[in-house]
Design a protein around this ligand. Structure first.
Ligand code: IVH
Length: 669
């Protein structure tokens, strides 16, 4: 018999996982880390394996196989979509050519097709009687992903071929981004505060492998064919194949060349390398194939590579320059990226004066220091990077760069995410990330404030109306109504949404703070352990570590968030705005104020000596002076200087009634 509790837990987990799947695959965004997602999935798998009666066909665990979460139906390739063997120099290509001549027992120089090697994602298109039937990615070569609805959205792929053709034709080629489309898309993403794609290849793969074809349709992908699975009737060479495909309306590469012998191939390699900047898409080398179909057949294939083709990659474009300094840039999500300031140097067709160092791990691995001579590399459109350090000729190297523990923009605490190399600023009020923080605060899993979208967040920040999340609760109707696309009615709605949000529970409140690594799931764990925010704020690292599902990195992030002044002040300002978030955890026992420093000021109905003893019995330390070490101030009528100082310091200020409630451990403030 499965208990109702287990059933309910499994149902809840499924619902959550489906929700996150939808976000991830259909909306192209996430609200939880991979670690949190895995924890949900693992828990569901565990429940289902303990109680097989629970398992149901439609459970999200059924999508987990050897390849976790294969999102698409599979599509089988026969003959398989092969990969290419590499040659790295003219000598190595010479050997390849000699082997071919030897095996073909030919005195003459072989004829080769020399094609730009496009840097994207390999796909195959299945046409039946001239109509596009299915399309899939290469996958492992034999087993790909059926992405037909997505491929149908690519304008360069004809859904119907331009000349009548009966039977099956399987066209193979590369899905790519043209350079200008890629740049335009990234500019657009930047303006919307979305994470940028690092390079066209990743972007192509990510864009084509979306669960919703509506998203793929918004990405300006292109396709260029380089072959077919089988030779169409009457086609006997690579280049007659290109003509044939072109006549059918399928895009082929206009830079493809025919060469006779190794010497011509070498010349073509250099020619295409020179032209790479003028080409509309990124290429990373050339592909050399025997041109004649019959000769390809004679050479045959190995399990993964044809013996009649090779890839010859270009050198990455590199140059040497001096690294002047290392600076930290803070992105919109609060991510800290080390950037090398360089003495300007010409590399890969452009002058480069700064280059990314990616993250702390890369920095340490490369041991790059200010003053060093470094190799700067630029591959096509990819952001220039520092490949490695050559040190200094005079051996007086600068100091090792130390990654900052505070954000260079706002001085807020910086945290590293679990299992990730990125550092992020934790301060939700950091000017570099404020728009994103506001938007996150209003998100569905957080405070769920309808109307607080990215556009409004942007306006509030840009117009200086909001300097941190708590300012949202100070906005007035006229202020809101003065914004673009906001009439009196929407202003009223938003104000009422904001008022309602004051009563959220602890889980949503913590989620809204956007502490690195602390999404909805971990917030749920915290809210299951603590009865209110005050107890959580007082917890030490060990108390966080004692919670299953919270490791040392997250425990440290939590502790620092609630103890460093900048972030603690934000929380106190929120408390003063009227928040009172409650969790479902049990109380601390009979010392609800354990470890807290309290100051009383103004008129209080209980005599001071008595209230002091009460507070001390509850574990508090009572002092007469307001300072940064004060946890909260109990203020009654007529409070003066101390109250003012508490406000200046951003401390939490509560009433006598509230104090009495906390004293009896009534869960909160
Ligand atoms: S032919 C049997 N031709 O490179 C040979 N591949 O490293 C199969 N690629 O998976 C590939 N441009 O995605 C061929 N002109 C071209 C190519 C090309 C790019 C990609 C393709 C392949 C990968 C192998």
């Amino acid at each position: 018999m499965i208990s109702e509790r287990v059933k309910a837990e499994a149902a809840k987990l499924r619902e959550k996982i489906r929700y996150h799947n939808r976000l991830y695959y259909a909306e192209d965004r996430t609200e939880i880390s991979d670690g949190e997602y895995d924890a949900l999935m693992q828990r569901l798998i565990e429940l289902e394996s303990r109680c097989p009666e629970l398992a149901s066909e439609d459970s999200p665990t059924h999508r987990v196989g050897s390849q976790p979460l294969s999102r698409f139906p599979s599509i089988l390739w026969d003959p398989p979509m092969l990969s290419l063997d590499n040659v790295f120099s003219a000598e190595e290509f010479g050997e390849f050519d000699r082997r071919i001549r030897h095996e073909l027992k030919s005195e003459d120089d072989p004829v080769y097709s020399v094609e730009p090697k496009l840097d994207g994602l390999a796909v195959a298109l299945i046409y039946q009687d001239g109509v596009l039937l299915r399309a899939g990615t290469r996958g492992d070569g034999s087993d790909g992903e059926d992405v037909t609805p997505n491929v149908r959205t690519l304008r360069s792929i004809p859904l119907k071929l331009s000349s009548d053709l009966s039977g099956n034709l399987v066209v193979r080629g590369e899905v790519i981004f043209r350079k200008n489309d890629f740049q335009k898309m990234n500019r657009d993403r930047e303006s919307r505060g979305l994470e940028l794609f690092v390079n066209p290849r990743n972007a192509a793969s990510g864009s084509l492998r979306q669960l919703s074809s509506r998203i793929t349709a918004t990405r300006p992908l292109s396709f260029i064919a380089y072959g077919t699975a089988l030779w169409p009737d009457g086609i006997t060479s690579q280049h007659s194949l290109f003509d044939f495909l072109g006549r059918l309306g399928i895009p082929v590469n206009p830079y493809n060349l025919v060469c006779r012998g190794a010497h011509e191939v070498e010349k073509a390699y250099h020619k295409l390398e020179q032209k790479r900047d003028e080409m509309p898409w990124q290429i990373d080398g050339v592909v050399i194939k025997l041109n004649e179909a019959s000769l390809q057949a004679k050479m045959g294939t190995l399990s993964r590579y044809p013996r009649w083709a090779a890839a010859w990659k270009f050198r990455a474009e590199e140059a040497v320059t001096r690294l002047i300094d290392i600076e930290i840039q803070v992105g919109r999500t609060g991510k800290l990226t080390p950037v090398a300031r360089l003495e300007p140097v010409f590399v890969g067709g452009v002058t480069v004066s700064s280059a990314t160092l990616h993250n702390e791990d890369e920095l340490l691995r490369k041991d790059v220091r200010p003053g060093d001579m470094v190799i700067v590399r630029r591959a096509g459109d990819v952001i220039p990077e520092v490949a490695r350090s050559l040190g200094r000729s005079d051996s007086k190297r600068g100091k090792r760069f130390e990654f900052p523990v505070n954000c260079p923009v706002c001085r807020g605490p910086v945290a590293r995410e679990e299992d990730a190399s990125a550092h992020r600023c934790m301060n939700p009020s950091c000017p570099a990330k404020l728009r994103q923080s506001l938007f996150h605060w209003g998100a569905r899993d957080a405070l769920d404030i309808e109307g607080l979208g990215s556009k409004l967040s942007e306006q509030l920040v840009d117009k200086g109306m909001v300097g941190d999340v708590s300012d949202l609760y100070r906005l007035s109707r006229p202020q809101l109504a003065s914004l673009d696309r906001m009439g009196g009615k929407s202003a009223d709605n938003l104000l009422s949404e904001l008022r309602n949000s004051l009563s959220v529970n602890l889980q949503r409140f913590i989620t809204g703070l956007g502490i690195p690594g602390i999404g909805r799931t971990v917030s749920g764990l915290l809210s299951g352990r603590f009865s209110d925010l005050h107890k959580l704020m007082r917890a030490d690292v060990d108390e966080f570590l004692a919670i299953e599902g919270i490791g040392p990195v997250l425990a440290d992030n939590l502790y620092r968030f609630f103890h460093e002044k900048i972030t603690r002040d934000v929380v106190n300002r929120l408390l003063n705005a009227g928040f009172n978030p409650k969790g479902s955890g049990t109380d601390d026992g009979d010392k609800p104020l354990l470890g807290l420093t309290v100051v009383f000021t103004g008129g209080i109905s209980i005599p001071r000596s008595e209230v002091r003893i009460m507070a001390e019995k509850a574990g508090a330390k009572v002092t007469g002076n307001v300072s940064e070490r004060t946890d909260f101030v109990v203020a009654g009528p007529g409070a003066g200087d101390k109250l003012r100082k508490a406000r200046e310091l951003g401390l939490e200020i509560i009433s006598e009634d509230e104090f009495l409630r906390r004293m009896i451990g009534d869960g909160g403030n």
